[in-house]
Write a protein that binds this ligand. Structure first.
Ligand SMILES: [Zn+2]
Length: 375
């Protein structure tokens, strides 16, 4: 029995290797796979056949080779499976469909006020149906629906264990997915966004993702996985004290990073419009400049603390992260001045890749990652 089990494991590993190789190479001949992965021709043939039966590769193309004959090209089908992600916010939802490359192939934005009502759950179901119809997606292709919410989530992704922002502690995935006919899971929004970043940056395994939106969140990513902590409370960088007895925070404490670096610190000066703030900053408005300098000073302090603690890449995301590209030099310099090692901030402090759909995409991507694990 044991031997049979390990035989299955090797078979599964070979299939995973071949599928991964196909994903990276996009289109290859059987011989290319045999040569690159050092597997036998019968092994490769059998696995390709199985992948084809599952509808995961296409054999319509030909690849020219030096022998004069054209070999069959085995081509990766990026939309053979898809996953849906929803970014659930107080006054709007963003719904995306991502393919097996993690690419956002469709986005739907809905203005809708959050409420724990049947009407709201039914609208979530409608949104999912609408985006899948728009992308002409066969329901069989849907791996699952992930929902990124501003709250702390139980380890099994089924319940909100702390949700002060939407006042929805105790809310369940079963309610959210009442009208969604696919496997569904809840994710903390910052963890989802952090996962999306790690996914898009193939060469990074460890990172701390800071989500600078109307509230501050954070995500600890170790070895390509979210580290949630013993109580799913890791990465709550917004409530790290940066000024002893400083500004009062909604959490009841004083001097939290939240009160110095949330996006609202900036957008409160422009009627809630962060874009207008950055426009004024770009146009040389003095007050905006002073506020921004002080904002970056606190941010550099937080970044330095995180770097000292984790010794990993730090990614600036969230609403402010989507505008940060032009200001990285200034932030790098501030961080450099605080760093006691000779670390180069340009190497470890990065702007986010996903500028707008990080939470929604990041809530969908774990289904894609799981699919590759189980292939
Ligand atoms: Zn706080």
């Amino acid at each position: 029995m044991e031997q049979g089990k390990s035989g299955m494991d090797i078979k599964g590993m070979n299939r995973k290797k071949i599928y991964e190789f196909l994903r990276r190479s996009r289109s290859v001949s059987k011989q290319d796979i045999v040569y690159a992965l050092q597997l036998s021709l019968p092994t490769v043939t059998q696995n390709l056949q199985e992948l084809q039966e599952k509808g995961l590769l296409d054999t319509a193309g030909k690849i020219g080779n030096t022998g004069g004959r054209n070999a069959t090209a085995f081509t990766f089908i990026s939309d053979a499976k898809v996953a849906v992600g929803i970014d659930i916010q107080k006054h709007r939802n963003t719904i995306v469909v991502v393919d097996l490359d993690g690419k956002v192939i469709e986005t739907l934005k809905k203005k809708i006020d959050f409420s724990m009502t049947d009407e709201y759950y039914s609208k979530l179901g409608e949104g999912v149906r609408e985006i899948l119809e728009k992308t002409h997606t066969d329901p069989q292709k849907v791996l699952g629906v992930g929902m990124g919410v501003p709250g702390l989530i139980s380890g099994d992704g089924q319940e909100v264990v702390y949700g002060r922002i939407l006042n929805f502690t105790g809310e369940t995935c079963a309610n959210f997915s009442k009208y969604i006919p696919y496997r569904s899971l809840l994710y903390n929004d910052a963890n989802a966004a952090g996962f999306a970043e790690i996914w898009s940056l193939h060469n990074i395994k460890n990172a701390f993702y800071i989500c600078l939106s109307n509230n501050i969140g954070g995500s600890v990513l170790l070895d390509n996985k979210v580290y949630e902590g013993d109580n799913q409370r890791s990465g709550e960088v917004g409530h790290m004290t940066v000024v002893a007895d400083g500004r009062p925070c909604y959490c009841g404490q004083y001097g939290c990073l939240e009160t110095y670096c949330s996006a609202t610190v900036l957008s409160d000066t422009t009627d809630g419009d962060l874009g207008v703030f950055f426009e004024k900053l770009k146009n040389g408005d003095m007050e905006s400049r002073m506020l921004w300098d002080s904002y970056l000073r606190y941010l550099s302090l937080a970044v330095n603390n995180l770097r000292m603690l984790f010794d990993c890449k730090i990614i600036i995301g969230g609403y402010v992260g989507s505008y940060i590209d032009g200001y990285m030099e200034q932030l790098w310099e501030m961080v450099r001045q605080r760093n006691m090692f000779e670390d180069d901030p340009e190497q470890f402090l990065l702007p986010c890749q996903y500028k707008t759909e990080a939470i929604a995409a990041g809530a969908a991507l774990p289904f894609v990652a799981e699919f590759f694990e189980q292939i």
